[in-house]
Design a protein around this ligand. Structure first.
Ligand code: SF4
Length: 62
């Protein structure tokens, strides 16, 4: 599974990073950033929780 953040939608509150810090970080402007090419199996649950937690539905899985 891959995750993609829509930069035009993200407002940078960082919930994604809180739910899955191995998968999501924040860029230099404080917006969400995907850290991995493929989500490792052990971080799948956290990544899915981040998708659910994003208040703007800015994260999608591909
Ligand atoms: S939770 Fe959503 S809106 Fe917040 S930083 Fe992450 S992708 Fe952006």
């Amino acid at each position: 599974m891959k995750v993609v953040i829509d930069a035009a939608v993200c407002d940078g509150k960082g919930y994604c990073k809180r739910f899955a810090p191995e998968v999501f970080g924040l860029d230099e402007w404080g917006y969400g950033k995907v850290l991995v090419d493929e989500v490792p199996p052990e971080h799948m649950a956290g990544a899915e929780a981040a998708v659910e937690a994003c208040p703007l539905q800015a994260i999608r899985t591909v």
